[in-house]
Design a protein around this ligand. Sequence first.
Ligand SMILES: [Mg+2]
Length: 363
Amino acid sequence: MTIRSIKIYHVDATKTLTKGYVFCRVEAEDGTVGWGEAYAIPRRERGIAEFIKGLGVMLMTLDDVSPQSFRENVFGWYDEGHLSIDLSSAASAIEVALWDILGKQAGKPVCDLLGDVVQRSLPLYVNMDPVNDHHQSIERLVQRCAAMKERGFDAVKIYPMEYEPLEEAVECVRRVRAALGDDTHLLLDAWALDGAQSAVEAARAFAPFNPFWFEEPVAGERISDMAEVRRQIDLPIVTGERQSGLHHFRAVLEGRAADILNPDIVSVGGILEILEIARLAETYGAKIAPHCWNSTTVAVAAMAHACAVMPNALIGEYFADYEPFFSEFGELDIDVSGGMVTIGDAPGLGVRMNEAALAGHEI
Ligand SMILES: [Mg+2]
Protein backbone atom coordinates (compact mmCIF):
# COMPACT_ATOMS: atom_id res chain seq x y z
CA MET A 1 0.00 0.00 0.00
CA THR A 2 0.98 3.61 -0.42
CA ILE A 3 -0.27 6.54 1.64
CA ARG A 4 -2.09 9.48 0.10
CA SER A 5 -2.42 11.84 3.06
CA ILE A 6 -2.02 12.27 6.77
CA LYS A 7 -3.85 14.69 9.05
CA ILE A 8 -3.04 15.46 12.66
CA TYR A 9 -5.38 16.72 15.36
CA HIS A 10 -4.58 18.22 18.76
CA VAL A 11 -7.59 18.17 21.03
CA ASP A 12 -6.71 20.55 23.84
CA ALA A 13 -8.52 19.27 26.92
CA THR A 14 -6.42 21.12 29.48
CA LYS A 15 -9.51 22.84 30.91
CA THR A 16 -11.45 19.65 31.48
CA LEU A 17 -9.04 16.67 31.52
CA THR A 18 -5.69 18.32 32.35
CA LYS A 19 -3.88 17.68 29.06
CA GLY A 20 -4.24 17.50 25.30
CA TYR A 21 -4.84 14.46 23.08
CA VAL A 22 -3.25 13.83 19.70
CA PHE A 23 -4.87 11.84 16.88
CA CYS A 24 -3.94 11.17 13.31
CA ARG A 25 -5.92 10.21 10.23
CA VAL A 26 -3.97 8.27 7.61
CA GLU A 27 -5.51 7.73 4.18
CA ALA A 28 -4.26 5.01 1.87
CA GLU A 29 -4.16 5.38 -1.92
CA ASP A 30 -7.35 3.30 -2.23
CA GLY A 31 -9.19 5.74 0.07
CA THR A 32 -9.19 3.52 3.17
CA VAL A 33 -8.80 5.65 6.29
CA GLY A 34 -7.01 4.53 9.46
CA TRP A 35 -6.99 6.26 12.83
CA GLY A 36 -4.11 6.58 15.25
CA GLU A 37 -3.47 8.21 18.59
CA ALA A 38 -0.23 9.23 20.30
CA TYR A 39 0.30 9.16 24.05
CA ALA A 40 0.28 12.88 24.77
CA ILE A 41 2.65 13.87 27.52
CA PRO A 42 1.28 17.01 29.19
CA ARG A 43 2.70 20.24 27.75
CA ARG A 44 4.52 18.29 25.01
CA GLU A 45 1.45 17.55 22.85
CA ARG A 46 2.37 19.94 20.05
CA GLY A 47 5.94 18.66 19.93
CA ILE A 48 4.63 15.12 19.57
CA ALA A 49 2.27 16.31 16.82
CA GLU A 50 5.29 17.82 15.01
CA PHE A 51 7.04 14.44 15.19
CA ILE A 52 3.98 12.84 13.58
CA LYS A 53 4.19 15.41 10.78
CA GLY A 54 7.83 14.52 10.16
CA LEU A 55 7.08 10.81 10.24
CA GLY A 56 4.16 11.40 7.89
CA VAL A 57 6.49 12.97 5.32
CA MET A 58 8.72 9.90 5.57
CA LEU A 59 5.69 7.60 5.36
CA MET A 60 4.57 9.10 2.08
CA THR A 61 7.98 8.37 0.49
CA LEU A 62 7.61 4.63 1.07
CA ASP A 63 6.40 2.50 -1.85
CA ASP A 64 5.26 -0.52 0.08
CA VAL A 65 3.90 0.63 3.40
CA SER A 66 3.17 -1.81 6.19
CA PRO A 67 3.41 -1.44 9.96
CA GLN A 68 6.67 -3.43 9.72
CA SER A 69 8.25 -1.30 6.99
CA PHE A 70 7.18 1.89 8.74
CA ARG A 71 8.69 0.70 12.01
CA GLU A 72 11.96 -0.26 10.34
CA ASN A 73 12.19 3.20 8.83
CA VAL A 74 11.54 4.86 12.19
CA PHE A 75 14.30 2.82 13.80
CA GLY A 76 16.49 2.78 10.72
CA TRP A 77 17.04 6.42 10.11
CA TYR A 78 14.49 8.69 11.72
CA ASP A 79 15.59 8.23 15.33
CA GLU A 80 19.35 8.27 14.55
CA GLY A 81 19.81 5.86 17.44
CA HIS A 82 18.52 8.44 19.92
CA LEU A 83 15.67 7.01 21.90
CA SER A 84 12.83 9.39 22.76
CA ILE A 85 9.42 8.64 24.20
CA ASP A 86 7.97 11.63 22.32
CA LEU A 87 9.16 10.17 19.03
CA SER A 88 7.95 6.67 19.87
CA SER A 89 4.57 8.13 20.89
CA ALA A 90 4.35 9.84 17.51
CA ALA A 91 5.39 6.66 15.70
CA SER A 92 2.73 4.76 17.63
CA ALA A 93 -0.01 6.96 16.19
CA ILE A 94 0.94 6.13 12.61
CA GLU A 95 1.65 2.47 13.30
CA VAL A 96 -1.77 1.98 14.88
CA ALA A 97 -3.45 3.82 11.98
CA LEU A 98 -1.72 1.50 9.49
CA TRP A 99 -3.13 -1.53 11.33
CA ASP A 100 -6.59 0.07 11.20
CA ILE A 101 -6.22 0.43 7.42
CA LEU A 102 -5.03 -3.16 6.99
CA GLY A 103 -7.95 -4.47 9.04
CA LYS A 104 -10.48 -2.46 7.04
CA GLN A 105 -8.93 -3.56 3.74
CA ALA A 106 -9.10 -7.20 4.85
CA GLY A 107 -12.60 -6.79 6.33
CA LYS A 108 -11.33 -8.20 9.64
CA PRO A 109 -10.80 -6.94 13.17
CA VAL A 110 -7.13 -6.00 13.67
CA CYS A 111 -6.61 -8.76 16.26
CA ASP A 112 -7.31 -11.37 13.57
CA LEU A 113 -4.29 -10.07 11.63
CA LEU A 114 -1.95 -10.26 14.63
CA GLY A 115 -1.79 -13.98 15.34
CA ASP A 116 -3.69 -16.51 17.39
CA VAL A 117 -6.45 -14.74 19.29
CA VAL A 118 -6.44 -16.01 22.87
CA GLN A 119 -9.15 -13.70 24.26
CA ARG A 120 -11.50 -11.13 22.77
CA SER A 121 -12.25 -9.55 26.16
CA LEU A 122 -9.79 -7.72 28.37
CA PRO A 123 -10.59 -6.79 31.98
CA LEU A 124 -10.26 -3.06 32.67
CA TYR A 125 -9.39 -1.12 35.78
CA VAL A 126 -10.56 2.43 36.24
CA ASN A 127 -8.00 5.07 37.00
CA MET A 128 -9.36 7.30 39.77
CA ASP A 129 -7.11 10.23 38.97
CA PRO A 130 -8.90 13.32 40.30
CA VAL A 131 -9.07 14.80 36.75
CA ASN A 132 -9.13 18.52 37.57
CA ASP A 133 -9.77 18.34 41.29
CA HIS A 134 -6.16 18.52 42.47
CA HIS A 135 -7.01 18.43 46.15
CA GLN A 136 -9.48 15.58 46.05
CA SER A 137 -10.53 14.71 49.59
CA ILE A 138 -10.47 11.09 50.72
CA GLU A 139 -14.23 11.38 51.13
CA ARG A 140 -14.64 12.40 47.48
CA LEU A 141 -12.29 9.65 46.29
CA VAL A 142 -14.25 7.06 48.26
CA GLN A 143 -17.51 8.28 46.68
CA ARG A 144 -16.05 8.11 43.17
CA CYS A 145 -14.67 4.59 43.71
CA ALA A 146 -18.04 3.41 45.00
CA ALA A 147 -19.76 4.97 41.96
CA MET A 148 -17.42 3.08 39.59
CA LYS A 149 -18.25 -0.15 41.36
CA GLU A 150 -21.94 0.67 40.85
CA ARG A 151 -21.23 1.11 37.14
CA GLY A 152 -19.91 -2.44 36.99
CA PHE A 153 -16.15 -1.96 37.25
CA ASP A 154 -14.51 -4.40 39.62
CA ALA A 155 -11.01 -2.91 39.66
CA VAL A 156 -9.98 0.65 40.53
CA LYS A 157 -6.60 2.34 40.85
CA ILE A 158 -5.84 5.08 43.34
CA TYR A 159 -2.83 7.22 44.31
CA PRO A 160 -2.67 6.96 48.10
CA MET A 161 0.66 8.80 48.36
CA GLU A 162 -1.18 11.98 47.39
CA TYR A 163 -2.17 12.02 51.03
CA GLU A 164 0.49 12.80 53.63
CA PRO A 165 1.87 11.71 56.01
CA LEU A 166 1.91 7.93 55.52
CA GLU A 167 -0.79 7.47 58.19
CA GLU A 168 -3.12 9.57 56.03
CA ALA A 169 -2.23 7.49 52.94
CA VAL A 170 -3.03 4.32 54.88
CA GLU A 171 -6.31 5.86 56.02
CA CYS A 172 -7.13 6.54 52.37
CA VAL A 173 -6.49 2.90 51.40
CA ARG A 174 -8.44 1.65 54.42
CA ARG A 175 -11.50 3.76 53.59
CA VAL A 176 -11.51 2.91 49.89
CA ARG A 177 -11.19 -0.79 50.68
CA ALA A 178 -14.02 -0.53 53.23
CA ALA A 179 -16.25 1.16 50.63
CA LEU A 180 -15.45 -1.34 47.88
CA GLY A 181 -15.63 -4.54 49.93
CA ASP A 182 -13.35 -7.50 49.35
CA ASP A 183 -14.58 -8.46 45.87
CA THR A 184 -13.16 -5.45 44.02
CA HIS A 185 -9.51 -5.20 43.01
CA LEU A 186 -7.75 -2.22 44.54
CA LEU A 187 -4.67 -1.12 42.62
CA LEU A 188 -2.19 1.27 44.23
CA ASP A 189 0.07 3.62 42.28
CA ALA A 190 2.95 5.21 44.21
CA TRP A 191 3.87 7.37 41.19
CA ALA A 192 7.65 7.08 41.75
CA LEU A 193 8.69 7.85 45.30
CA ASP A 194 12.10 9.35 46.02
CA GLY A 195 13.35 6.57 48.25
CA ALA A 196 13.21 2.80 47.95
CA GLN A 197 12.94 2.46 51.71
CA SER A 198 9.93 4.75 51.96
CA ALA A 199 8.31 2.69 49.19
CA VAL A 200 8.91 -0.48 51.21
CA GLU A 201 7.41 1.13 54.32
CA ALA A 202 4.36 2.30 52.40
CA ALA A 203 3.82 -1.08 50.71
CA ARG A 204 4.02 -2.88 54.05
CA ALA A 205 1.53 -0.45 55.57
CA PHE A 206 -0.90 -0.97 52.66
CA ALA A 207 -0.53 -4.77 52.52
CA PRO A 208 -3.28 -5.56 55.10
CA PHE A 209 -5.83 -4.05 52.67
CA ASN A 210 -5.04 -6.65 50.04
CA PRO A 211 -3.91 -4.45 47.12
CA PHE A 212 -3.93 -6.06 43.70
CA TRP A 213 -0.57 -4.43 42.93
CA PHE A 214 1.91 -1.73 43.92
CA GLU A 215 2.80 0.39 40.91
CA GLU A 216 5.97 2.38 40.25
CA PRO A 217 7.37 2.42 43.80
CA VAL A 218 10.35 4.35 42.40
CA ALA A 219 11.01 5.85 38.97
CA GLY A 220 11.06 3.21 36.25
CA GLU A 221 14.69 3.74 35.24
CA ARG A 222 15.89 2.99 38.80
CA ILE A 223 15.90 -0.73 38.16
CA SER A 224 18.13 -1.84 41.05
CA ASP A 225 16.09 0.19 43.56
CA MET A 226 12.90 -1.27 42.12
CA ALA A 227 14.35 -4.78 42.51
CA GLU A 228 15.32 -3.99 46.11
CA VAL A 229 11.73 -2.92 46.89
CA ARG A 230 10.46 -6.09 45.24
CA ARG A 231 12.75 -8.26 47.39
CA GLN A 232 11.41 -6.67 50.55
CA ILE A 233 7.65 -6.72 49.93
CA ASP A 234 5.07 -9.31 48.95
CA LEU A 235 2.93 -7.21 46.60
CA PRO A 236 3.28 -7.53 42.80
CA ILE A 237 5.32 -4.63 41.41
CA VAL A 238 4.33 -2.82 38.20
CA THR A 239 6.53 -0.56 36.10
CA GLY A 240 7.08 0.60 32.53
CA GLU A 241 4.66 3.43 31.73
CA ARG A 242 7.33 6.12 31.33
CA GLN A 243 9.76 4.06 29.28
CA SER A 244 10.16 2.94 25.71
CA GLY A 245 12.65 0.66 23.95
CA LEU A 246 12.75 -3.10 24.29
CA HIS A 247 16.14 -2.97 26.01
CA HIS A 248 14.62 -1.15 28.98
CA PHE A 249 11.96 -3.80 29.51
CA ARG A 250 14.59 -6.52 29.14
CA ALA A 251 16.73 -4.84 31.80
CA VAL A 252 13.74 -4.67 34.18
CA LEU A 253 13.02 -8.36 33.66
CA GLU A 254 16.67 -9.43 33.90
CA GLY A 255 16.99 -7.35 37.06
CA ARG A 256 13.95 -9.14 38.53
CA ALA A 257 12.54 -5.71 39.30
CA ALA A 258 8.87 -6.25 38.43
CA ASP A 259 6.10 -8.83 38.21
CA ILE A 260 3.97 -6.86 35.75
CA LEU A 261 4.93 -4.42 32.98
CA ASN A 262 2.65 -1.53 32.05
CA PRO A 263 3.87 -0.20 28.70
CA ASP A 264 1.46 2.14 26.94
CA ILE A 265 0.61 0.91 23.45
CA VAL A 266 0.65 4.42 22.01
CA SER A 267 3.90 5.46 23.66
CA VAL A 268 6.16 2.45 23.08
CA GLY A 269 5.78 2.48 19.29
CA GLY A 270 2.48 0.75 18.69
CA ILE A 271 1.10 -2.74 18.31
CA LEU A 272 4.23 -4.54 17.06
CA GLU A 273 6.34 -3.03 19.82
CA ILE A 274 4.00 -3.89 22.69
CA LEU A 275 3.66 -7.45 21.36
CA GLU A 276 7.44 -7.80 21.38
CA ILE A 277 7.58 -6.53 24.95
CA ALA A 278 4.82 -9.00 25.89
CA ARG A 279 6.62 -11.95 24.30
CA LEU A 280 9.79 -11.05 26.15
CA ALA A 281 7.87 -10.68 29.43
CA GLU A 282 6.30 -14.08 28.92
CA THR A 283 9.72 -15.74 28.92
CA TYR A 284 10.26 -14.29 32.41
CA GLY A 285 6.79 -15.22 33.64
CA ALA A 286 5.77 -11.55 33.78
CA LYS A 287 2.34 -10.15 32.91
CA ILE A 288 1.35 -7.15 30.79
CA ALA A 289 -1.15 -4.58 32.09
CA PRO A 290 -1.09 -1.74 29.56
CA HIS A 291 -1.01 1.83 30.78
CA CYS A 292 -3.55 3.90 28.84
CA TRP A 293 -3.67 7.54 29.91
CA ASN A 294 -5.21 8.33 26.55
CA SER A 295 -8.61 8.97 25.05
CA THR A 296 -11.39 6.42 25.42
CA THR A 297 -11.34 5.87 21.64
CA VAL A 298 -8.39 4.83 19.43
CA ALA A 299 -5.87 3.91 22.13
CA VAL A 300 -8.36 1.76 24.05
CA ALA A 301 -9.28 -0.10 20.87
CA ALA A 302 -5.62 -0.65 19.94
CA MET A 303 -4.94 -1.94 23.46
CA ALA A 304 -7.83 -4.40 23.25
CA HIS A 305 -6.69 -5.78 19.87
CA ALA A 306 -3.07 -6.21 20.95
CA CYS A 307 -4.09 -7.88 24.22
CA ALA A 308 -6.33 -10.29 22.30
CA VAL A 309 -3.21 -12.10 21.05
CA MET A 310 -1.23 -11.73 24.29
CA PRO A 311 -1.43 -14.83 26.51
CA ASN A 312 0.05 -12.88 29.43
CA ALA A 313 -2.30 -9.86 29.20
CA LEU A 314 -3.68 -9.21 32.67
CA ILE A 315 -5.78 -6.04 32.75
CA GLY A 316 -5.90 -2.69 30.94
CA GLU A 317 -6.16 0.88 32.17
CA TYR A 318 -9.29 2.90 31.46
CA PHE A 319 -10.37 6.44 32.29
CA ALA A 320 -14.13 6.00 32.55
CA ASP A 321 -14.57 9.65 33.58
CA TYR A 322 -13.31 10.72 30.14
CA GLU A 323 -16.13 9.01 28.23
CA PRO A 324 -18.47 12.04 28.02
CA PHE A 325 -15.67 14.26 26.69
CA PHE A 326 -14.51 11.85 24.00
CA SER A 327 -17.98 10.74 22.92
CA GLU A 328 -18.06 13.94 20.84
CA PHE A 329 -14.94 12.90 18.92
CA GLY A 330 -15.44 9.21 18.35
CA GLU A 331 -17.29 6.02 19.11
CA LEU A 332 -16.17 2.45 19.53
CA ASP A 333 -17.66 -0.45 17.62
CA ILE A 334 -16.32 -2.59 20.41
CA ASP A 335 -18.04 -3.07 23.71
CA VAL A 336 -16.93 -1.48 26.97
CA SER A 337 -19.17 -2.71 29.77
CA GLY A 338 -19.12 -4.86 32.85
CA GLY A 339 -15.52 -3.90 33.53
CA MET A 340 -14.34 -5.39 30.23
CA VAL A 341 -13.52 -4.27 26.71
CA THR A 342 -14.72 -6.84 24.18
CA ILE A 343 -13.88 -6.93 20.48
CA GLY A 344 -16.69 -7.77 18.06
CA ASP A 345 -16.68 -8.18 14.28
CA ALA A 346 -16.04 -4.59 13.20
CA PRO A 347 -13.18 -4.40 10.69
CA GLY A 348 -10.01 -2.56 11.63
CA LEU A 349 -9.75 -1.17 15.15
CA GLY A 350 -13.51 -0.75 15.47
CA VAL A 351 -13.33 3.01 15.94
CA ARG A 352 -15.59 5.56 14.25
CA MET A 353 -14.07 9.01 14.62
CA ASN A 354 -16.17 12.13 14.13
CA GLU A 355 -14.29 14.05 11.46
CA ALA A 356 -16.60 17.06 11.69
CA ALA A 357 -15.90 17.40 15.42
CA LEU A 358 -12.18 16.94 14.90
CA ALA A 359 -11.90 19.33 11.95
CA GLY A 360 -11.45 22.42 14.11
CA HIS A 361 -8.55 20.75 15.92
CA GLU A 362 -6.40 19.98 12.89
CA ILE A 363 -2.87 21.33 13.14
MG1 LIG B 1 1.24 4.84 36.95
